[in-house]
Design a protein around this ligand. Structure first.
Ligand code: EPU
Length: 407
């Protein structure tokens, strides 16, 4: 592969910012949104809101980020009914930290239907409005932090959120809300303070400028290290990928010195990756930001299949995120599942084309990478999952030399 590829706008930052539009009097404007299925679903979900107490259940069930609209709707209308959110099958994905947070702000939560049957419905009401509170997340949660932060913006009084997630998307969201009249401090650190506006909607006219997608960038870097004569990745947000870059360097997949990084002020720059013939095995343990992102775990495992030695992959965030490993083994990889959250990869092994089903969006793109470096043809099914998070990935990869067709 050879040429230039540009990282598109961040899926998860955009999903949070779009849901925040429900806190505004007039819809705000967005720049650099990726053309992906999850963004389309979020727009449909927002347009489906009429009275505020009903959202389209069928749409909400299709993606996890639908939970993000609940806090703003509750804060705005005092009542909301919604199904347990769907999304990637990567673990249990409960919503207890949201429910507990809303209760602490004075809301009542009722649940009906059955857990696991796909028909669990929640009704959250705050008849007397929401009031600020001091709330400590019992589990660090990215969308949990975003959801509570947005709810608190319209509540009465001050809210302190503790043990917040540190992912950069939270700071992007807070900056956007602040530019439009909210008063949030501490976002990006573990304690966030929100001064509530007591139901007064945001009125600013400042755009949300969506940053590049750090996960797409990291995944393309892996592709470059495995299969490129020279692949220049534009808009590479290196400062948000520090832990990942260190691992790539350790694996010999990236040069130790990167001159372009020193020149860029915000850490976003163009990086050129070339195929590395002598990859070394490196063990990784996923962690909350700024650690090694769970969303890069599956693509990294593909790289580990081409590295010399044994790499232990330890997934600590989600308990069901190694399901794709069986398919890589069918392609010729040598990966042993140690337990639900650890896999041992022995490399290098030659990979051969196979018929694959994309289990979730991140593992789906990992399969695309595996298929591109494999001998013979592979057919990947369930590509809706890939389209959920990566814009026209077939066209963009074809433009840099990949042999990939949408059939
Ligand atoms: N958790 C709970 N209770 C909750 C919420 C979360 O126990 O109420 C647990 C989860 O089960 C998990 C851990 O907390 O074990 C962390 O999950 P988190 O809530 O942080 O994940 P999320 O907010 O649902 C976001 C991203 C994911 C990304 C994770 C971790 C969005 C829309 N999604 O999910 O992105 O993997 O943070 O960084 O922002 C993806 O883009 O492919 C994706 C899955």
């Amino acid at each position: 592969m050879e040429g230039e590829i540009e990282v598109k706008g961040s899926k998860n930052a955009a999903l949070a910012a779009l849901s925040a539009s429900l806190l505004f009097k007039n819809p705000p404007k967005f720049l650099n949104l990726p053309e992906i299925e999850d963004i389309k679903r979020m727009r449909e979900l927002i347009f489906s809101v009429s009275s505020g107490s009903e959202i389209d259940e069928e749409i909400a069930k299709r993606f996890r980020a639908s939970i993000l609209v609940v806090g703003p709707l509750l804060a705005r209308f005092g009542e909301v009914r919604f199904p347990h959110p769907g999304g990637c099958v990567i673990g249990a994905r409960p919503i207890d930290v949201f429910l507990e947070g809303w209760r602490r702000m004075g809301a009542e939560v009722e649940a009906s239907g059955q857990t696991g049957g796909g028909n669990l419905i929640y009704k959250v009401t705050a008849k007397n409005g929401l009031r600020g509170c001091d709330y400590t997340f019992k589990t660090m949660s990215v969308t949990g932090t975003e959801g509570m932060m947005m709810t608190a913006v319209l509540a009465k009084g001050n809210t302190v959120l503790r043990n917040c997630a540190l992912e950069p998307e939270i700071k992007y969201l807070a900056d956007f809300l602040n530019k439009n009249g909210a008063n949030i401090s501490g976002a990006g650190a573990s304690t966030i303070n929100v001064e509530g506006k007591c139901g007064k909607l945001l009125e600013g006219a400042e755009f949300f400028v969506n940053p590049p997608d750090r996960i797409e960038a990291g995944t393309l870097a892996i592709l470059g290290a495995l299969a490129a004569k020279q692949l220049t990745i534009k808009n590479f947000p290196a400062l948000e990928l520090n832990a990942f870059i260190d691992i790539l360097k350790e694996a010999g997949a990236m040069p130790a010195e990167i001159p372009s990084l020193r020149k860029s002020r915000d850490g976003i720059s163009a990086f050129t990756f070339t195929q590395s013939k002598n990859l070394r095995a490196v063990s990784v343990k996923t962690a909350e930001y700024p650690g090694f992102a769970t969303d890069l775990q599956a693509p990294f495992t593909v790289l580990a299949t081409q590295a010399n030695g044994e790499s232990l992959i330890n997934e600590t965030i989600f308990e069901g995120r190694l399901a794709y490993v069986g398919d890589l083994n069918r392609m010729g990889a040598k990966i042993t599942i140690m337990d639900k959250q650890r896999a041992l990869v022995t490399g290098p092994t030659k990979l051969y084309g196979h018929a694959l089903e994309s289990p979730d969006l991140r593992a789906g793109l990992a399969f695309v990478i595996a298929a591109l470096i494999a001998d013979r043809e592979s057919k990947i099914g369930n590509i809706y999952q890939i389209d959920r998070g990566y814009e026209k990935i077939d066209e963009r990869l074809r433009a840099v030399g990949a042999q990939i067709q949408r059939v």
